[in-house]
Design a protein around this ligand. Structure first.
Ligand SMILES: [Fe+2]
Ligand SMILES: [Fe+2]
Length: 241
């Protein structure tokens, strides 16, 4: 009796070369996720991290902000290199002409806003990278492993400066106002609930969790940071995007 062969789901694709032999659907899913990271890393570096160098209040804060900006551009460069290796057209690896996430339309005006973006938007990035740490496409998994310590540094940078700002009543009020403006934009970063792309990522072990699971985890972790550690208030947001 002939063996029935369902579409093979690769347990591990160890190299870019091995990817060429993977199912078309898998290759497309990998291209899509690498492209989205390359675009978002560059977008963030351009609209937040680089302008924040001018907003940083002291030479030490500027030094650390330069490091953050350098690393965010570096993340783009790494994802872009991988994108080029797996055949994503160069024009699709930069934000120009692509639909942007609403958070990137947020006009950065103050140092407090930047600190809150690092505290809360980089936490969202940490969750995304966490999911890739076990990715079946090993070049992407390795990239996630290199990126993770830097994303943790960015979130810690945000937390440390928010704690410092919160030492005065005026600073606390400014950090709270920034949280109230920025946080509502962030749950949408995890994509639509019931997303077909996400179902494909999970089918192939590219990601582990659904968008809605990640969003719920994110909101819980953001709440713990803002309410337990900073003793501020996290604004209410809808769970479903
Ligand atoms: Fe990054
Ligand atoms: Fe970051």
């Amino acid at each position: 009796m002939p063996e029935s062969r369902p579409t093979a789901i690769p347990a591990a694709i160890k190299t870019v070369d091995e990817l060429h032999a993977a199912p078309e659907e898998y290759r497309l899913a990998i291209r899509k996720i690498v492209r989205s990271h390359a675009v978002n890393e560059l977008y963030g570096a351009q609209v937040f991290d680089e302008p924040a160098i001018a907003l940083a209040p002291t030479p030490y804060a500027k030094f650390l902000t330069c490091r953050v900006a350098m690393e965010e551009y570096g993340h783009h460069v790494r994802f872009r290199e991988l994108g080029e290796q797996i055949g994503v057209p160069a024009a699709e690896l930069t934000p120009e002409g692509r639909r942007k996430l609403s958070i990137f339309g947020f006009p950065l005006e103050s140092w407090e806003e930047f600190c809150v973006i690092k505290l809360l938007a980089d936490l969202a990035e940490i969750l995304q990278v966490e999911d890739l740490l076990h990715c079946t496409f090993h070049p992407l998994r390795n990239l996630a492993r290199m990126t993770m310590p830097e994303e943790r540094f960015h979130a810690q940078f945000g937390k440390d400066f928010c704690v410092e700002l919160c030492r005065t009543a005026e600073g606390r009020a400014r950090v709270q106002a920034a949280i109230d403006r920025i946080f509502p934009e962030l749950p949408a970063f995890f994509g639509q609930s019931g997303s077909a792309n996400n179902a494909l990522y999970r089918k192939y072990g590219i990601k582990q969790r659904s968008n809605e699971e990640m969003r719920a985890d994110y909101i819980a972790r953001a709440r713990a940071l803002v309410e337990e550690q900073l003793q501020l208030k996290l604004p209410a947001v809808a769970q479903a995007a």
